[in-house]
Design a protein around this ligand. Structure first.
Ligand SMILES: *[C@@H]1O[C@H](CO)[C@@H](O)[C@H](O)[C@H]1NC(C)=O
Ligand SMILES: *[C@@H]1O[C@H](CO)[C@@H](O)[C@H](O)[C@H]1NC(C)=O
Length: 416
């Protein structure tokens, strides 16, 4: 039996004050976008750099794949739930720029061009994201943007692109602090609002440089700062661990207009159990992370789909404060995370169990010891089932079990 006591209260209070300051785009990129974390779909983890449309036509990076994903996002309920950006990752480009040095898509796989694809995605009420790289080449070896930043920004705007993921391969990360702000400025000068997804701090991490998140937040809407996620729970745990270790620093820079990006959601993937997938979904919502699923929407297990559409989890992720949860406690692989949400005084609480042994951890705790300290009390809902657990006062006992490599998540709305 685990008796949990919260030990980070002064931290919790500090950061509630902080959020009052960030609430209205405190020092964020002023393009009107990402007031809540962006939601959508991204090709990378599921489809990678598969360019073989001859022998693998249904799974290669092509206009057909992107159009099919847009169709499913629009008609299967994802769009209505808030998933909006359909994003192409690496390997869409032709191997050379055109005679005017402009970027061009691979002519066989994107025969009708990117303007056509953007129009198609827009006609479904969705937005189109694209990928480039700040270095001389993309990670997959296609033409990079270094020395062409302004021209490429104009090209993307002319095509009708709505989001740019800007990678950091084949570049010197010492240059990131100049190159990413320059690209941000060129995007702004196009006059088209384009959500800017940066790998600036991730490039610095790879070259063992420290990152200054003030400027990152000022020039980017979302930013990757850790290694790529894989379809594997150990890897998801590693990312959560990294966010836990740097929690006090990161929470200062998350808020409307700018969010940390722990990478794609693998919900609907193959390598993780349903319980591990829901743990990832819960933690990403606690981080106010972008929810960019990388899965095959043509063929997705029903329980994964229900998880992606779970309105309680999505409302925690999309909460207008945009706070990053605090890790307030850890014992034998069981972590307690708390996130302030609106209306003011309300909380989302997650127990994340990283321990893979046995039947999980039994929890028996006074509500006040895990964050519900307000004597007005809370109306508490268990998120995965939508079950109403009733009214909790600080001395009400919460008794539950959190299974191995799973999470337990509740939303606690303050009573007035
Ligand atoms: C460009 O930046 C200005 C000043 O920060 C802002 O008012 C404007 O909305 C931005 N435009 C775009 C398209 O991002
Ligand atoms: C960064 O540090 C790691 C671990 O100390 C080391 O293995 C790696 O080679 C370093 N990378 C660079 C680019 O210095």
């Amino acid at each position: 039996m685990t008796n949990v006591r919260l030990s980070g209260f002064s931290m919790l209070l500090n950061w509630i004050l902080l959020f009052a300051a960030l609430f209205a785009c405190g020092l964020c990129l002023d393009n009107g976008l990402a007031r809540t974390p962006p939601m959508g779909w991204l090709s990378w983890i599921r489809f990678g750099c598969n360019i073989d449309c001859v022998s693998d036509p249904d799974f290669c990076i092509s206009e057909k794949l992107i159009m099919q994903m847009a169709d499913h996002m629009a008609k299967d309920g994802y769009k209505d739930a808030g998933y909006e950006y359909v994003c192409i990752d690496d390997c869409w480009l032709a191997t050379e720029r055109d005679k005017n040095r402009r970027l061009q898509p691979d002519p066989k796989r994107f025969p009708r061009g990117m303007k056509f694809l953007a129009d198609y995605v827009h006609s479904r009420g969705l937005k189109l994201g694209i990928y480039e790289d700040f270095g001389t080449k993309t990670c997959g070896g296609y033409p990079g943007s270094e020395f062409y930043l302004q021209l490429d920004a104009q090209t993307f705007a002319e095509w009708g692109i709505d989001l740019l993921k800007f990678d950091t391969c084949h570049s010197d990360a010492h240059d990131n602090k100049y190159g990413y702000p320059a690209m941000s400025m060129y995007l702004n000068q196009t006059g088209r609002p384009i959500l800017f997804s940066c790998e600036w701090p991730y490039g610095e991490l790879q070259q063992n440089l420290s990152s200054d998140y003030g400027p990152v937040r000022q020039y980017c809407n979302i930013w990757r700062n850790d290694w790529d996620v894989m379809d594997d729970f150990k890897n998801v745990m590693g990312i959560v661990g990294f966010y836990g270790k740097n929690n006090e620093l990161f929470m200062k820079y998350s808020g409307p207009g700018g969010f940390f990006d722990p990478d794609q959601l693998i919900v609907g993937g193959i390598g993780m159990s349903h319980y591990q997938q829901r743990a990832q979904m819960a933690m990403w919502a606690m981080f106010s992370a972008p929810l960019l699923m990388s899965n095959d929407l043509r063929d997705i297990p029903e329980e994964a789909k229900q998880l992606l559409l779970n309105k309680y989890i999505l409302s925690v992720d999309q909460d207008p404060l945009g706070a990053m949860a605090t890790k307030v406690w850890e014992f034998k692989g069981l972590q307690l995370w708390v996130k302030p949400i609106m209306p003011k005084g309300s909380l989302a609480i997650v127990f994340f169990n990283t321990n893979a042994f046995g039947s999980g951890s039994a929890i028996s705790s006074a509500a006040g010891d895990i964050g519900m300290t307000d004597s007005r009390g809370y109306q508490v809902t268990e998120v995965f089932t939508g079950k109403d657990l009733g009214t909790f006062k600080p001395d009400t006992k919460l008794k539950t079990r959190v299974f191995t490599t799973d999470a337990y998540m509740i939303v606690c709305k303050i009573l007035s």
